[in-house]
Design a protein around this ligand. Sequence first.
Ligand SMILES: Cc1ncc(COP(=O)(O)O)c(C=O)c1O
Length: 416
Amino acid sequence: MLDVRRIRQDFPILRQQVNGRPLVYLDNAATTQKPRQVIEALVRYYETSNANIHRGIHTLATRATEQYEDARRKVARFIGARGPEEVVFTRNATEAINLVARAWGDEHIGEGDEIVLTLMEHHSNIVPWQLLARRKGATLRYAGITDDGKLDLDELRRLIGPQTKLVAVTHMSNVLGTINPVADIAEMAHRAGALLLVDGAQSVPHLPVDVQALGADFLAFSAHKMLGPTGVGVLWARAELLEAMPPFLGGGDMIAVVRPESSTWAELPHKFEAGTPNIADVIAFGAAVDYLEGIGMANARRHEEELTEFALERLRRVAGVRIFGPSSASERGGVVSFAMEAAHPHDVATIADGYGVAIRAGHHCAQLLMRALGVPATSRASFSIYNDVDDIEALVEALEGVNRVFGEGRERTAVR
Ligand SMILES: Cc1ncc(COP(=O)(O)O)c(C=O)c1O
């Protein structure tokens, strides 16, 4: 059991009232709040160590470089990478996926090749592949979802064939919460001679993720969804893949030797980090990783699974609520999307805000999934380590308020 009361004391933002009610923050799939340890790491860096890295030899530059590279080592250890050279810092998960689409995709994808995706992908794991396919004359194929909101693995298996060069799937859906069996998908992809990119934006913050066990070739995720600052993402890839890839962006810090006509590249991972990086936020991200390790990812997962189970059970009892995604909490992360008969998701979120409850409404950057579900938008509550059952009760109270404002939803409650 997590000591949520103690954990909440580390998150100053949670102490406030919103619309006269204590803030209940249930929009963690969009971004999580930051513990004071992360905020203090940022302040400490600027107050004691600020300098540009990898270049200067003075004391501050050496200290900043050491702290930046220390954060890289922490991240590498956190995901089970073979070494820090396999961890490339980007701006966010989106940029990490674009990096692969450009640097790997432009070299390895050609006319007639196929890239296999799923209908539950976030736009950031769709659009870079559309751009690549257009540049190269390749084709995109999409595996659909089952009625209970799981990935249709039979269809995925059928779609992966001799033309497939890459399979790109989310580890955990940001809408349905569905956790996909990535190790099985890696086997399918590799049997066909394709590589697997995993979008870990929702999984790495909430589940124990070990890249060796995943069997993936690329993994992308964002610091801001795992208690860290905005402006930092991670691309992990096997070193031999990164070694063979050309740079994504050119400039300072990513070169070995520059000559008038051409240049040679710096060692991994610096080849992929052109220009001055987001030094302060990377260092503060290291503090976020420390914080999560202190909690323990297995403990975080257990807590969020229990909370999800409780939320599913409570929301099923609210009139007119239809829940999307797998019915069992063991098959999903702490994300619950739902529709209400009585009101549009935007109205639901607006009324919830009046109760101090922050939830998300919209297509969640997953328009293909919305179309597959047959809805324009959903409301979404998503959990983190600082949420507890009282937060779910506050959500339920708000949804009952929605029914009062818009008229009772009919008694029918369906689970999809
Ligand atoms: C599954 C998934 N992939 C990718 C992203 C993109 O993350 P970012 O905007 O930090 O690049 C998100 C963000 O919501 C997400 O939920």
